[in-house]
Design a protein. Structure first.
Length: 171
């Protein structure tokens, strides 16, 4: 949630707040942000306004995962290096297996191709969509580490889904 702003129209005072996931920390398991789509929403309040805030739409449960198309492909050291790089450079926008402002990369086919990761992360192929490029802080070797981490996480999520039923919005 952003800081509130106030304004007046026609002699009536309003307060508006930009909503989202609830701050820079994406730890909203068990909160309304887990169940409802709250991104890109502005709430405006007025004295003598409507008594209740309209509820945003419910999130749809994620589709069951297909078996990952790539085997786990890295040593524990490579996976740990990828984890560290992901946390440092990716996790502020991308979360894994949790609703977020950007896609869950464990559900993306892009992680299986070093060429695609290179195009996106080092050459800025998605810059027009708001995805920055990281050519000044990541190397091609780093792409292999990030890929190993993401493939490992994808397999973990796939196997977890087979053991634990997917949480529904009715829980």
């Amino acid at each position: 949630m952003a800081a509130p702003m106030t304004f007046e129209v026609g002699g009536k005072q309003y307060v508006s707040v930009l909503c989202g996931h609830g701050g820079m920390f994406l730890n909203f398991l068990g909160t309304a942000a887990w169940y409802y789509i709250n991104e890109d929403r502005i709430l405006t309040f007025a004295i003598d306004g409507i008594p209740e805030t309209p509820t945003p739409p419910r999130r749809k449960p994620p589709v069951a995962r297909a078996e990952p198309s790539m085997a786990r492909n890295g040593s524990s050291e490579l996976v740990e290096a990828g984890r560290s790089l992901f946390i440092t450079h990716c996790a502020r926008c991308h979360t894994l297996d949790t609703p977020a402002i950007s896609s869950d990369l464990t559900r993306s086919a892009a992680i299986y191709s070093i060429e695609t990761l290179d195009a996106v992360l080092l050459r800025g192929a998605l810059s027009s969509a708001g995805m920055g490029k990281f050519d000044e802080v990541l190397t091609e070797r780093d792409l292999h580490s990030i890929q190993a981490y993401l493939v490992n996480e994808t397999w973990d999520a796939y196997q977890k889904e087979r053991v634990i039923p997917t949480m529904t919005h009715e829980n």
